[in-house]
Design a protein around this ligand. Structure first.
Ligand SMILES: C[S@@+](CC[C@H](N)C(=O)[O-])C[C@H]1O[C@@H](n2cnc3c(N)ncnc32)[C@H](O)[C@@H]1O
Length: 204
């Protein structure tokens, strides 16, 4: 995962705002090389392979970006809601998933906004470290309230250092692990050279 970030001297204690992402996508339509990187393709394959169920009734994806992973996830869902703060990125995702009527898109800034429905899968891939610790805790509460009993939560995050990010990938995963074994059961964990994947199930 390579990207040159806008400069700042210190990591922020605030969540990164929508303008941060609109600027990045305005300068480069695929800033993380989601469409072309072998690393991302392998990570996406591992992400999809980690899903325990062949088909989810209603899934939620936080920070769907330009929709490369969204499109793969869509094939495993009867319904999928993908949200992002970036209009520029989401326009590409909508185009990419136009052959998937089960995939729906909304512009939403988490945790200030969150969908009202219940899900049997929530995917948090490469987005948790953009939140402040306070917003991560709010997001965790929202996830717990909107993940149905037995539902799966899948986290995937890059684990190297990025100067601008309020949290590290490990901060995000360790914070969810502290919610185990109740109300989240930890089903699986995988650590690779540059990313980490953890799967949880909502305990009734
Ligand atoms: C690095 S991309 C990850 C894309 C995709 N999930 C993946 O794993 O390939 C992170 C995305 O999260 C979005 N994002 C950042 N903060 C967000 C927030 N608070 N709420 C919703 N989306 C957010 C960004 O606009 C960006 O498109």
């Amino acid at each position: 995962m390579t990207l040159s970030h806008p400069s700042s001297s210190q990591p922020s204690s605030q969540s990164l705002p929508p303008s941060y992402f609109e600027k990045i996508y305005g300068e480069n339509p695929d800033p993380w090389q989601f469409e072309t990187s072998e690393y991302e393709a392998k990570k996406y394959a591992a992400t999809i392979a980690a899903l325990p169920k062949p088909l989810y009734r209603s899934a939620f994806e936080m920070g769907g970006s330009i929709g490369v992973l969204t499109h793969q996830l869509g094939d495993r869902c009867e319904k999928l809601l993908s949200v992002d703060v970036s209009q520029i990125a989401q326009a590409k995702a909508i185009q990419r998933c136009q052959n998937q009527p089960q995939v729906r898109f909304e512009i939403m800034q988490i945790p200030q906004q969150f969908p009202e429905e219940q899900f049997d899968l929530i995917l948090v891939s490469e987005v948790g470290y953009y939140l402040s610790l306070e917003d991560l805790h709010k997001t965790q509460t929202l996830i717990l309230n909107h993940l149905e009993p037995g539902g799966h939560l899948l986290l995937v995050h890059w684990t190297l250092y990025a100067r601008d990010y309020p949290l590290s990938g490990d901060d995000v995963h360790d914070s969810f692990l502290s919610l185990s074994p109740q109300p989240l059961q930890h089903l699986a964990g995988q650590r690779e050279a540059e990313y980490r994947l953890d799967l949880f199930q909502r305990v009734a």
